[in-house]
Design a protein around this ligand. Sequence first.
Ligand SMILES: Nc1ncnc2c1ncn2[C@@H]1O[C@H](COP(=O)(O)OP(=O)(O)O)[C@@H](O)[C@H]1O
Ligand SMILES: [Mg+2]
Length: 153
Amino acid sequence: MTAAQSRPTTPTEELFYKPWDVFPFAQLAYHTCPADERMYGGAAGGGKSEATLWDAIRKCQKYPGSRQVIFRRTMPELQDLIDRATHYIPKHIAIYNHNDERFVFMNESRSNQASILRFSHMNEEDDKLRHRGEQYTNAYFDEGSLFTATQMR
Ligand SMILES: Nc1ncnc2c1ncn2[C@@H]1O[C@H](COP(=O)(O)OP(=O)(O)O)[C@@H](O)[C@H]1O
Ligand SMILES: [Mg+2]
């Protein structure tokens, strides 16, 4: 197969991600858990951030028009996730807008079907106020134990 043939052809093509077999089942269990609220704990390097990122990416692709947000407590930590996402998501699938800190997924090439993957940090307690009135399909807190209870409500 030539490079041209192997190139993705549609904007909705599923991005490749394989739950990790280094720690068998943890990521798979997380992704397939049907609960409204899920928690994924474990040691540093256990695949939590990666699973968070990919769960959100997959939901953007699976549910056109949906809105995902990933929170981290500080901007440098958040930037690590943004960098990973930028590396994983090709530009023909979603465009990153630096000012809005979000990817817009061009599902079905129809703007009203675009999914949003937003990144946001909550250094200060009141940073939560920036999200008042926002409707999110899914909210993810990476390293949830670092947030205050009132930020996660
Ligand atoms: N499913 C996976 N496939 C390949 N690499 C993975 C996968 N999950 C995690 N990794 C890699 O393992 C390392 C640690 O994962 P990470 O999600 O950052 O751990 P944690 O957030 O639990 O500390 C990272 O370099 C990440 O890219
Ligand atoms: Mg992490």
